[in-house]
Design a protein around this ligand. Structure first.
Ligand code: FAD
Length: 413
């Protein structure tokens, strides 16, 4: 085995790498997995707030709709290793699962560590050699073929195939520092433009800071560039010291992020999405009639959470001390418009350290979608987030890692 014949080397012990190692070993290969951290699956450990939303129970066909970049490329991998197979795979490894809101699948224990331990146990059962604290510095390519890897510590390890599963560059503290992009570039591959995605956004207006900590459970969100609507959705959002976050905002960032890097966009929030303008106007009338002798600033308690009240009063243009019964119809209607279209200026994305995923990566044009093998270098495979693939939240990004890891694992010779 000193020439590495028949030995599959997997670079990166995250979701995609561990799945690839299991599948290559089940396929009868000798497998060595190289992970630079002192333990496996550090990012996997923090997924789903430590609970690991490992896939989504949607119809397999619906998975593609949640993929933002290159969904067509995933056709073979999603159908070779579906979300149902992912669930069965983990159930067979004694990780009982449950389905929550929006089809999100979690381990029944609510512990991501159970997912990691199951993969570790399976690799151990199959005889995968796991080398921790083993940072790969270079992929060796000879005569257009992957021939092995070189570790930062100097060791050269020969192999007949190399699977690069080094992840993206978001949350770099987990070990995903973008090394795979360098390996890809050095072996002649194109790496598309990278930027953070599923990431909070910054807001210009100082009042956003006053709302820090406020969470809106069911807000209507619209993001526009001038008159052009870029994104519209309902959901939960959160105000932070720099701007906005929360599920609906993170999803929006994946769609509008590229444009937001070039120019500012407008965020429109409908604070009462369940009511039409007329219904809201009638509600305001009722609220004002019940409080008709109070000052405006003291008559909005029933309408908004406490943090939002002073901001809405200030933005309304109505004098805070004005008696409610003196508010004109026009003022009230302007207030309705403000509640239905509370706007602020989005100035940019937060950085990689706060991004759930990296958008961009190894160009899928140079990868065989049926095997994950490079079209440029024989025996070199890419799997997981290192590829130019990304999806919305809901377990879809891990499904990409499992499915592409699966294909690379069973294909590597
Ligand atoms: C906070 C957070 C929460 C998330 N929650 C979810 C969720 O609930 N559901 C979901 O579907 N997705 C979630 N994601 C996204 C998901 O974690 C990633 O899409 C997924 O982990 C990608 O898997 P991967 O194997 O490609 O990369 P990673 O999991 O990043 O693994 C890459 C591994 O490669 C190792 N490595 C890197 N370079 C080298 C090198 N040179 N030599 C050796 N080893 C190396 C790294 O140390 C790392 O262990 C979340 C992400 C974050 C940051």
């Amino acid at each position: 085995m000193s020439d590495g014949k028949g030995r599959v080397l997997v670079v990166g012990g995250g979701a995609a790498g561990m799945m690839a190692a299991v599948m290559a070993a089940r396929n009868g290969k000798t497998v060595r997995l190289l992970e630079k951290n002192d333990r496996l699956g550090r990012k996997l450990f923090i997924t789903g707030k430590g609970r690991c939303n490992l896939t989504n129970a949607a119809d397999t066909e619906d998975l593609f709709r949640a993929v933002v970049s290159n969904p067509k490329f995933l056709y073979s991998s999603f159908y070779s290793f579906t979300n149902e197979q992912t669930i069965r795979f983990f159930e067979d490894l004694h990780v009982k699962t449950k389905v929550e809101r929006g089809g999100r699948v979690f381990p029944r224990s609510d512990h991501s560590s159970d997912v990691i331990r199951a993969l570790e146990r399976e690799m151990s059962r199959l005889g995968v050699e796991v080398s921790l604290l083993s940072e790969v510095k270079k992929i060796t390519v000879k005569d257009g073929r992957a021939a092995g890897v070189e570790l930062s510590a100097g060791e050269r390890i020969p192999g007949s195939s190399v699977i690069v599963a080094t992840g993206g560059i978001s949350y770099p503290s987990t070990g995903s520092t973008g090394d795979g992009y360098r390996f890809a570039g050095e072996s002649g591959h194109t790496v598309t433009e990278l930027y953070p995605a599923l990431v909070p956004m910054e807001v210009r207006e100082p009042f956003a800071g006053e709302l820090m900590g406020l969470s809106l459970r069911n807000a209507g969100i619209r993001i526009t560039d001038g008159k052009k609507k870029l994104y519209e959705e309902f959901g939960e959002m959160l105000f932070t010291h720099y701007g906005v976050s929360g599920p609906v905002i993170l999803s929006a960032s994946s769609i509008v992020g590229k444009r937001l890097r070039d120019r500012e966009l407008t965020l429109h929030i409908d604070l009462k999405p369940a009511l039409t303008g007329e219904q809201l106007d009638r509600r305001l009338l009722r609220e004002f009639e019940a409080n008709h002798n109070r000052q405006f600033k003291n008559a909005v308690d029933g309408l908004f959470p406490a943090k939002l009240r002073p901001v809405m009063v200030e933005l309304s243009g109505i004098l805070p001390e004005k008696k409610v019964n003196e508010i004109t119809k026009e003022e009230r209607q302007n207030f309705v418009r403000l509640i239905k279209d509370f706007t602020m200026t989005l100035t940019g994305l937060r950085g990689y350290s706060e991004a759930i995923i990296t958008k961009g990566g190894v160009s899928v044009k140079e990868i065989d979608p049926g095997t994950m093998e490079s079209k440029l270098v024989e025996g070199l495979y890419f799997a997981g987030e290192v590829l130019d693939l990304d999806a919305l939240t809901g377990g879809y990004n891990l499904q990409i890692a499992w499915s592409t890891g699966y294909l690379a694992g069973i294909s590597a010779q």
